[in-house]
Design a protein around this ligand. Structure first.
Ligand SMILES: Nc1ncnc2c1ncn2[C@@H]1O[C@H](COP(=O)(O)OP(=O)(O)OP(=O)(O)O)[C@@H](O)[C@H]1O
Ligand SMILES: [Mg+2]
Length: 375
């Protein structure tokens, strides 16, 4: 089924819009073996763009491998995922997976089950443990495969910030970087949905992955690009939305990719023929309702100081939280409390900071919070 708007999953084909410049740059880096760290706020389109570039690289001498490590909880969880995906994706046919394992991971007796259909349905459990393989041996795998196959391999790792959560993470990071930085035939594209944690891993001089690759920031897709996309999707369904309302969709959610698609879909669903103010508003309401469960959850366990801090931001306070006036007006406790509040809200990904001050990450959260907590 062809869907008019898609959100919540990575998008491809005609559901993917714009990103011409970024796609070109990322592709160039992949083709030239340059490591990339891809950073953006949540749900902006990192996974989508990496998958797109992967699908666009047709040069047979370049192999792009994509893995997601969101569920890896320990160093060896990661090595198992790393090796499994490499074994699968560098095999041209499903039988070759076994050949790959025999060739590169001789000390294992993996469990494999084939489903009759495509490659992705092969379930493979390698069983790598500290008893059978050293970390360095696994980390060196792509280089060995690349050499043997006479290819350049680009390893893309989604939700890479998980690495920072492992026990003894710093040692592990040093180990990984130590091996990867010497590889001649492999490059890496590392990205993840937790911007705050990703920044910690890559932008701090003291961290092993500091300056590991080119930092690419994925900007918002501009309103000029969104508007024709939205309008054409409406037309495709035999409906109409004015340029003015399509623009307002972007403004309402500050051009955050996923929300633009979600809100546009809500409004499309309400519209019979041509979108009016009323359908627009109902769509926005629906968006807040859809998100409210998640938002409630995010607020659970926050202290009243933290809630008050969010209130202050909603009222336009972005800096000087430690001033007497702000401390008193919003009941934020003592001045020394402020950095703690900030740190924990950053960790929860509710706020973000830039040179000008502190902001809420999520425009829909902001609307919802104002309505629920600041009546
Ligand atoms: N180029 C694009 N064109 C149109 N919509 C897009 C594009 N990129 C992303 N989106 C929208 O944003 C949603 C999230 O995309 P994606 O999962 O790629 O983002 P992400 O940055 O990887 O998210 P997360 O931070 O959760 O990992 C998609 O489902 C889609 O609605
Ligand atoms: Mg993603």
């Amino acid at each position: 089924m062809k869907r008019a708007f898609v959100y919540g999953i990575s998008v491809e084909g005609e559901n993917f819009t714009d990103r011409v410049k970024e796609t070109k740059r990322l592709k160039l880096n992949f083709e030239n073996g340059i490591n990339v760290i891809l950073i953006s706020p949540r749900r902006m389109g990192k996974s989508s763009i990496v998958k797109k570039v992967k699908s666009e690289i047709t040069n047979p001498e370049i192999k792009v491998v994509y893995m997601d490590i969101y569920d890896c909880r320990s160093e060896y969880d990661f090595y198992n995922r790393f090796a499994t995906v490499l074994m699968k994706e560098t095999a041209t046919k499903s039988e070759h997976i076994i050949e790959n394992i025999k060739r590169f991971l001789v000390r294992l007796t993996p469990k494999i089950s084939f489903s009759p259909e495509p490659m992705s349905d092969i379930s493979l459990s390698l069983g790598i443990t500290p008893q059978n393989y050293q970390p360095e041996e696994i980390l060196q795998l792509p280089e060995l495969i690349a050499k043997e196959q006479g290819k350049h391999i680009v390893v893309c790792i989604d939700e890479f910030q998980q690495i920072g959560e492992f026990t003894d993470s710093l040692t592990i990071q040093k180990r990984i970087r130590g091996v990867w930085q010497h590889q001649q035939n492999v490059s890496y594209c590392l990205f993840g949905s937790k911007k705050h944690l990703m920044t910690k891993l890559f932008q701090n001089r003291k961290m092993p992955f500091y300056q590991f690759g080119e930092m690419m920031y994925l900007d918002k897709i501009s309103t000029e690009d969104w508007v024709p996309f939205i309008q054409s999707r409406f037309e495709y369904q035999g409906k109409k939305i004015s340029e003015e309302l399509a623009r307002r969709i972007c403004e309402t959610v500050e051009n955050l990719s996923s929300y633009v698609q979600q809100l546009a879909w809500n409004i499309l669903a309400e519209t019979d023929q041509e979108t009016t103010e009323q359908e627009f508003n109902t769509g926005v309401e629906a968006l807040m309702t859809q998100c409210s469960g998640l938002f409630q959850e995010q607020l659970q366990g926050l202290t009243s100081y933290q809630i008050n801090f969010i209130r202050a931001i909603c009222n336009g306070v972005h800096s000087d939280f430690g001033s007497k006036a702000v401390l008193e007006e919003y009941n934020l406790g003592s001045k020394s409390n402020i950095s703690r509040i900030k740190e924990s809200l950053l960790d929860k990904e509710l706020i973000e900071t830039d040179a000008d001050g502190v902001y809420l990450e999520d425009p829909v959260f902001k609307m919802w919070f104002k309505r629920e907590y600041m009546k």
